[in-house]
Design a binder for this molecule. Structure first.
Ligand code: ATP
Ligand code: MG
Length: 336
């Protein structure tokens, strides 16, 4: 008996990195045993930022990359349902119905709207971008998910979904679960440049798909403690990405603690610390890369996984929308 149904997903924006791994992928690989996991690749959501044809075609390619990265990270297609958002377009009907149940000022107050507009240099949000959280509500509720994994301070991300579910149920009767945030204690990984979080758009990321030589170069060029200009000056492992990564990916705890101690005392050079990190990261990423290569060499298998996922989600979605229409008394009661 599974503990609940989880919807989680990624916007297809390219290859995923170690930050995505510690922030979401690792958690999914863990959750899939205890929960029913549905993994959405949100290609409609990519249209909320940019609409040119080139971007749409890039998104099509990025869908495959994101699926490969999840498969590589151990999100098992035998346990988890993978599907591409636009393969189940019935979600759009629910989005339309839900769009009547929230107000424009409410959506304008969603904090991530401003963040997205700043990050993507958007001056005027499209109707679609403003409605992004409404589509998210439809994504979650058309499969009747009751849990959504989020980081510690992101519980507000599903607040619009909860409001819409409540409002619908109040107006028409109980149809939708009011989903809960499944708060994970997920760490944020710093970028290799030490300037903030690892992010693909900042070019400070180590990708799951990087080859061994690229990984080595990125590690050897990493930012460390800037106050430390010589190996015999005591350094600070806190706030230092080389040590954060060692903590996250080096299973040899004794080695990491010993390195930190010598670093504090000014008894180890950056090169040695980075070499040890490189060895640990190579060992960590090798099986991930192998799994990725396995699926990348079998595009038909990936197509089958996505087709099977869509085939499973379509009837769930149709059933939910049928329930919603019946509860509302919409239409002539014929469409199913
Ligand atoms: P962009 O640069 O386009 O914002 P990104 O690399 O920051 O991309 P997102 O698409 O914003 O990645 O994030 C996808 C998911 O991965 C989110 O759930 C986010 O919390 C998680 N994530 C991204 N970067 C990190 C990180 N450095 N540490 C932990 N989790 C992360
Ligand atoms: Mg981001």
């Amino acid at each position: 008996m599974k503990k609940g149904r989880i919807l989680t997903g990624d916007r297809p924006t390219g290859q995923l990195h170690l930050g995505n791994y510690v922030g979401t992928l690792a958690n999914r690989a863990k959750l899939q045993d205890e929960y029913e996991l549905i993994l959405l690749v949100a290609d409609y959501h990519s249209l909320t930022r940019k609409v040119d044809k080139e971007h749409v075609l890039e998104t099509r390619q990025a869908v495959r990359e994101v699926v490969l990265d999840n498969l590589a990270a151990g999100v098992d297609p035998d346990k988890t349902t993978y599907y591409v958002q636009s393969d189940v377009p019935s979600v759009c009907e629910l989005h339309l119905l839900f769009s009547m149940l929230t107000t424009v000022p409410r959506l304008e107050r969603v904090p991530s709207l401003k963040e997205i507009m700043d990050a993507e240099h958007i001056e005027q949000p499209s109707y679609g971008l403003l409605g992004y959280p409404v589509l998210q509500a439809a994504d979650i509720l058309h499969v009747r998910a009751n849990l959504v994994p989020v980081g510690k301070d992101q519980a507000s991300h599903i607040e619009v979904t909860r409001e819409i579910a409540r409002r619908f149920n109040y107006l028409y009767g109980d149809v939708f679960p009011e989903p809960e945030a499944l708060i994970g204690d997920v760490p944020t990984l710093m970028g290799t440049d030490g300037s903030g979080k690892m992010s693909k758009s900042r070019g400070n990321a180590i990708l799951l798909a990087d080859d061994p030589e690229t990984i080595r170069q990125k590690v050897m060029n990493m930012y460390t403690d800037p106050t430390r200009i010589r190996a015999d000056i005591p350094g600070n492992p806190e706030g230092n990405p080389v040590f954060q990564y060692n903590d996250a990916f080096n299973p040899n705890r004794a080695e990491v603690e010993e390195l930190k101690e010598r670093y504090r005392q000014g008894k180890v050079g950056d090169v040695e610390v980075k070499k040890k990190l490189n060895a640990a990261l190579q060992a960590f990423l090798e099986p991930i890369r192998e799994r990725r290569n396995y699926y990348a060499a079998r595009p038909q298998l990936v197509d089958e996984i996505l087709a099977a996922g869509a085939a499973k989600v379509r009837p769930m979605s149709a059933e939910t929308i049928h329930m919603a229409r019946e509860a509302m008394g919409l239409g002539r009661g014929l469409v199913r």
